[in-house]
Write a protein that binds this ligand. Sequence first.
Ligand code: GDG
Length: 732
Amino acid sequence: MTRCLIISNRLPMNYDQQKKSFIPSAGGLVSAIMGLDAEKVGQEFHWLGLMTDDVDSSQIEKMKETKFDDITCHPIVVPKQAYDSYYNKYCNNVIWPLFHYERNLVYYSPSGWKNYVLINKLIAKSIADYAQNSDNIWIHDFHLMLVPGMLKELRPELKIGFFLHIPFPSSEIFRELPQREEILRSLNQCDLVGFHDLSYLNHFKSSMSRIIGEDGNDNRDRKWGVYPISIDTPRFKRIAQDQRTKEKLMEYLKHKGNGQWILGVDRLDYIKGLILKLRAFKDFLKKNPDQVGLVQLIQVVIPSRTDVQEYQNLKDKIEQLVSSINGEFGTPTYMPVQYLYHGVNNFELAALYQASDVLFISSRRDGMNLVSLEYVVSQIEDFEGSILLSEFAGAHSTLSYAISINPWDIENTSAKIKEALLSPQEVRTSRMKPMMKFLEQYTSSDWARIYLRDLTIEYLPKEESQILKKENFFEWIQHFSDKKILFFCDLDGTLLPIAGHPSQVSISMETLMLLEEISHNDKFSFVIVSGRDKEFLQKYFLDNDLHLSFGACHGAYAYDDRIGVWQDLINSDNLKWKELVEEILKLYTIRTPGSFIEDKGHALTWHYRSSPANFAEFLAHKLFNELEENLQSFPVKVVRGKKIIEVKSVQANKGAFVAHWLNNLTPENKPDIIVALGDDTTDEDMFHALQEQKEFVTYCIKVGQSPTVAKYFVHDQTTVTPLLKNIVEQMM
Ligand code: GDG
């Protein structure tokens, strides 16, 4: 079975220094992962999480390779002081409040960030040491957002997934984060980033586009997705039917008498909206005196972060409000709010779920909220309750038959409490049944299975495609020995890294030296085939005395180093389209600050990399449609690239260019082998043309992992120069 390494801040068991024993870790993430059925998901799970170095080494050893429900645990030991700073000063004082829209509770501290970087680095290093090449890496939650980038650098061949369990906030909030860029750049290294809700994905996309200029084109649809978490439905059903639950239920029902119970189960946290819930309940009692004495709110609050002042203040506020409601509406035989400040065991929880008529979730923001899902599947025949569910919880999309509330609207929420309590049984049943059915079919194991399928799905033709890694370059190029090689190589994103602006492109000393070596060796011909115009290529390479050949403007113009002049390969009779396109592009350029038009001869390109991202993206979309509609009768193609829209003559095509090049080779220039490299869709034309011809041995290499017809691929642009260098050295 394939191994899946789950990485999270916590392991399922936590060593309690005071109690000197392991106790189960609380919280939604652990609940969800513990619910995975390895067999159903089809992966063997190993769980890597943190332990601090103040814990007795014998306890750490004990934890190592311990199995919990078929999951092997592997602690990553980190310095206690650095851990506390990372966890309290960055995770909980910055990310948690900011991502939950509580900006006034954010406290920045430089040491918090420094230790966040340090702990993430230690984790990345431990994964790199532990992981086997075929492992799938699944990193969880906001504590570890730098790990993907750091790990990709150490082990580029690993499949790396990330899942965020909390909301991703609007880009208007996210962009306040001083370290926004570092975090986005790291997440951008993932093979798949998953969210609970579409709104979080949309916020993430717009942050990506505004802050680091990732525009959602290319293969982003594969890299970012929505995977609402679920629960271990069979387990909750089993607990619901357990004798111990039944006994507790009988006890609770006796106390409940002929009244009604509203239930709340929340960790002590400002995101859960406990104050708003109590206010709405108070308003309900005030407006419905006939219900006083009959309806009770049973509020379980699970202690959390008890050492933090903010949480102590919240606890005080909750307790004040509880006692003011009880003082105002209580009688010697009736307590409106039953407040429990401690956890309950699984059977008590299931019995509470069954005994209550209404579950009340009032979160101000909540990634998902598992309690609401658990309530649904714990219902047994004739005990079907109602759910009041905040529209600010991710579960709102999954539980579409719940009664929706805006917890900030106290009066309306109070009216909804009444509606929920008074709903006739058949209405409750008709609401509960579809949600129950959904959760029977979609469990936490399905969540993991679907996510991991998307993480590992291979888009390349499986049997035929082969990854070229730095460690096996040497072996691979053995069959090139003493051969004449012709290279066709794309420029931006292949030979050179993509630059912020086309004019800022820079070439490394290593690549420059390599090109020099190639251009002075008769065994090689090197043709750069690029979307760039003639002038750029001339200035950048030829004027620097590099003897290379070129296909400019996607191959519309050719420059053969042995001839030394530029040739126009396209019949220029019909350039009427250019006038029309220029007219349209000008209209978009004058209203989009920072955008400009580039005339490449057989192509016109509208660049908007330096324009306000969202606005430019919106106009680019419109422009693309307008051009496609207007140019149907012209021999042109409209292309959307990275921050560009381009209209080019259909003949300006890298496939046509290489075919032309091969047709014009003299016998003494004929190569033994052709190697072609490229990273984007225009390079696919080149790969197609080369694989169709039968005269030469060809090796087409895709840079990156988007769909391709090439038989080989390398992970990213940084691998290209080392690969070429290996080939050249082999020939020396
Ligand atoms: C984060 C996100 C997202 C709670 N009290 C008791 C108890 N629990 C269990 C519940 C549930 C879990 O803890 C709480 O999960 P939530 O989803 O409600 O909340 P968070 O801990 O904030 O989790 C959240 C989640 O990650 C998963 O992605 O849904 O939005 O904030 O399973 O049952 N269990 C028992 N006794 C208790 O007293 N037995």
